[in-house]
Design a protein around this ligand. Structure first.
Ligand code: NAD
Length: 477
């Protein structure tokens, strides 16, 4: 049932010109389930030539027509959800229900960008001189090189491809080699919906080789990357060297501040749901929990109870509410962080261990009284791990929230409007969600500051990143 994934270049699925491929494994069973083609320089040249030609075609198609094609792709994804969800689950590990959500959300995102493409307005600036007409136009920036990771095989790709298509750009996407099926199914939907040959191209291979070739290439005009901060900094530097703008959606280490006037049961339930979604492999996952003294014990015991109710198992099993982690690297990284925190005095309230020897299963883990020197309090855990510590006053909470170089998402629970306003204004973060988990809607900005990157993957800001401004002034003679 799992497809062998090819490259998609100039409107055709094709094997790598070298014939090379990479094996794809199911993280729930460790079994090989398929292969993905490994592009080399010849394939990249073909993808670049296609994107160059595709841009010239796509930019001339009216936004109205582009929008219709995109909406059709969204409808196809919805129709195909039953077929695609097991592919996402097999390659990535997440429960089937989460795969369905990823597909439905992808369709929502495409539709929103399709609508928004018809609103990429310019403006008219009143002139100082009679007979002069000053126009600000928005034009597509050109062919885009994009790089997406394995945690949301479809969800990460869809934001970049949709924003590029809405703006009138073509794209070469390097999808995630470990989870290639999600981006391939996304491409299939766009192709079947009528996106012309060359406009969207999909490659896989050696990430560093591909990014080092695509980013400096003169055909490419914009870079978009989602992944770790360390890689993002390298790619942003390379883009800057070649004077190309970039959108960087990088790591996070989201602080969660629970005040003693919050609805503790509601907070613990919502936060546990958010924490263990996708086994914690989410850039906006709630991570550093700071709980005010008076409610610390109550919150910790309720949150721990919710964590214990999570049913870990193969994503294809309908009873599982948390699947395998996507790869062995993360299991080892999370295990090492738990051991380090425990050594430094944290108490393990739930989980803390790998489950079994087959597949990458890890227990939903809750650590209490975690000292800020623990590695997990400083590096992104990117796993099913909640780190809970206590605070007394608002200033303590703010300084802990802002202690790290990350600034992606932050969560606050309080019944006080004054406290909510103060936190929203004081936390250095691209997104702040107060009393609910309200991030990542297609129509809202999605992005970070500081080491979490720059630019947006949602809202009107996302399309802006794929457009350039042209000022035209004309004296009528
Ligand atoms: P990694 O840093 O090796 O890779 C992260 C992503 O970047 C992968 O998709 C990888 O293919 C890609 N990549 C790596 N080197 C590249 C290069 N030179 N050029 C282009 N792409 C490149 O780490 P990993 O083990 O795959 O993931 C671990 C860390 O990555 C996590 O701890 C997390 O911080 C981060 N991550 C973030 C997100 C996100 O949504 N922001 C998603 C996945 C991973």
């Amino acid at each position: 049932m799992y497809p062998n994934v090819s490259l998609f270049i100039n409107g055709k699925w094709q094997a790598a010109s070298s014939g090379r491929s990479i094996d794809v494994f199911d993280p729930a069973t460790d079994e090989k389930v398929g292969t993905v083609a490994h592009a080399d320089k010849n394939d990249l040249d073909a993808a670049l030539a296609a994107a160059d030609a595709g841009f010239k075609v796509w930019r001339k198609i009216s936004a109205y027509e582009r929008s219709k094609v995109m909406r059709k792709a969204a409808a196809l994804l919805r129709e195909r959800s039953e077929h695609i969800a097991p592919i996402l689950t097999t390659e990535q590990g997440k429960p089937l229900a989460e795969s369905h959500t990823e597909i439905q959300t992808a369709a929502d995102i495409i539709e929103w960008f399709a609508e928004e493409s018809r609103r990429t307005y310019g403006r008219l600036i009143p002139a100082r001189v009679a007979g002069v007409r000053q126009v600000v136009e928005k034009e597509p920036i050109g062919p885009v090189a994009a790089f997406t990771p394995w945690n949301y095989p479809m969800g990460q790709a869809v934001r970049k491809v949709s924003a590029a298509l809405a703006a009138g750009c073509s794209i070469v996407l390097k999808g995630p080699e470990e989870t290639p099926g999600g981006s391939a199914e996304l491409y299939r939907a766009f192709h079947d919906a009528g996106v012309p040959a060359g406009v969207i191209n999909l490659v896989f291979g050696s990430p560093a080789e591909i990014s080092e070739y695509l980013i400096p290439h003169p055909v490419i005009r914009k870079i978009s990357f989602t992944g770790s901060t360390v890689v993002g900094k390298q790619l942003a530097a390379l883009a800057a060297l070649h004077m190309k703008p970039s959108t960087m959606e990088l790591g996070g280490h989201a602080p969660v501040i629970v005040f003693d006037d919050a609805d503790i049961e509601q907070a613990s339930m919502l936060l546990a749901r958010a924490k263990f979604r996708n086994a914690g492999q989410v850039c906006v996952s709630p991570t550093r929990f700071m709980v005010q003294d008076k409610v610390y014990d109550d919150f910790l015991s309720r949150f721990t109870a919710h964590a214990r109710q999570v049913k870990v198992g193969p994503g294809l099993d309908k009873n599982s509410t948390m699947g395998a982690m996507a790869n062995e690297r993360r299991v080892r990284a999370v295990q090492a962080m738990v051991e380090d925190a425990a050594r430094l005095g944290a108490s393990i309230k739930a989980g803390g261990e790998r489950i079994g020897t087959r597949g990458n299963f890890f227990e939903p883990t809750v650590l209490g009284e975690v000292p800020s020197s623990a590695r997990a309090m400083n590096e992104e855990p990117f796993g099913p791990m909640a780190l809970v510590s206590r605070f007394s006053g608002k200033d303590d909470a703010i300084s802990e929230a802002n202690r790290l170089p990350y600034g992606l998402a932050a969560y606050v629970y309080t019944r006080s409007p004054e406290t909510a306003d103060l936190m929203a204004a004081s936390i250095e973060s691209g997104m702040v969600s107060i009393n609910h988990h309200g991030l990542a809607l297609p129509e809202t900005p999605f992005g970070g500051i500081k080491d979490s990157g720059h630019g947006s993957e949602g809202g009107t800001e996302a399309i802006e990143g794929y457009m350039v401004t042209k000022f035209v002034t004309r004296l009528n003679v």
